[in-house]
Design a protein around this ligand. Structure first.
Ligand SMILES: [Zn+2]
Length: 322
């Protein structure tokens, strides 16, 4: 189930005055087979200042959002939908048949350690309420978050996207096809078998309502995932709360080294025997004025994942937060 290959490269480092051998571990995701390269060498991250970006006019701040937010014509009509400090409205740059934005909180900028579970809860609850309205027309939904420019966000103010498409995204098809064929072969779900596998024990953070784990073949820096065997529409209040609290724990862990991240929640809207709802989160290079982009040719053109730390190390560091 857990395949990996090791390639070693010898180099002379004049700054150290000696040769060193750098190991690249190429691991294959046990569900989809997607490779990930783990270069066990710390990257020179720096967290600098981006004060200028914080001062730019913001479309999601409280006094502006009502005036400028695009309206969802089909379901919400002229209204924005609110729950607590979270606000749901149409995405002015849509990516699918249904494409919305949810402003999470009133605060224009938050350090990763300052995000509140309650704001995520209200935001996800708004997303689920919306999905209930369109559940007859769509089979899967995606909730994504891009925080700060290294994660691809054009707006600083914390917000998430709700994307409900008639077509699966590329890697989502791979997950669904692999999960379906895994179920056919084993008569059990992939995540159930994963959770029971003794070799995977070190990568499990918690078996509560969700299975929280560090993926064997990470898709990015300090990748963490969570899975629940339920369609996203059936996730109850307690389960949604656990998801939000888990996200806050991971962001606290990230906050010492990073300030930027992406997450995705990918859920089926209808009950299937082979797939429920999957959450993935990765840290991105820290934002500063001249930040370094972590998506280069092997990632952008050849779709190859990489990270700079063994997942077992991420899991060891994170266990104190769960
Ligand atoms: Zn703002």
């Amino acid at each position: 189930m857990f395949l990996k290959k090791v390639e070693k490269y010898r180099l002379f480092n004049p700054m150290e005055g000696k040769e060193e051998e750098v190991e690249v571990e190429i691991r294959f995701d046990p569900l989809t087979g997607k490779p990930s390269r783990i270069v066990k060498k710390p990257l020179p991250f720096t967290k600098g200042s981006f004060e200028e970006d914080l001062k730019k006019p913001c479309p999601f701040c409280e006094d502006v959002v009502e005036k400028v937010a695009a309206r969802d014509v089909e379901v919400l009509g002229k209204n924005l939908k609110r729950k607590g400090n979270s606000i749901l409205f149409a995405n002015i740059s849509p990516y699918a048949r249904y494409s919305l934005v949810i402003r999470i909180c009133k605060e224009h900028y938050l350090n990763l350690g300052e995000f509140k579970a309650e704001d995520f809860y209200n935001s996800f609850a708004l997303a689920v309420e919306y999905l209930k309205e369109i559940s007859e027309k769509i089979d899967y939904a995606t909730i994504t978050m891009n925080y700060l420019k290294p994660a691809g966000s054009s707006v600083v103010h914390p917000h998430i996207q709700l994307i409900a498409s008639e077509e699966l995204m590329d890697y989502q098809s791979r997950i669904i096809n692999s999960a379906r064929s895994f179920y056919k072969t084993h008569g059990k779900q992939f995540w159930e078998v994963l959770s029971e596998n003794k070799e995977f024990e070190d990568l499990i953070l918690s078996r509560s309502k969700w299975l929280w784990f560090v993926p064997f073949a990470p898709r990015g820096f300090d990748h963490v995932a969570a899975y629940i065997d339920k369609p996203i529409l059936e996730v109850n209040e307690e389960e949604l709360k656990e998801l939000c609290e888990g996200i806050v724990k991971i962001l606290k862990f990230y906050s010492s080294e990073y300030n930027s991240f992406n997450f995705g929640i990918f859920g089926s809207l209808k009950k299937t025997p082979y797939f429920g709802t999957l959450f993935d989160i990765v840290a991105r290079t820290p934002f500063d004025k001249y930040y370094w982009c972590d998506v280069f040719a092997i990632t952008k053109i050849y779709d190859e994942a990489y990270t700079n730390k063994a997942p077992e190390e991420t899991a060891k560091q994170l266990k104190g937060f769960f």
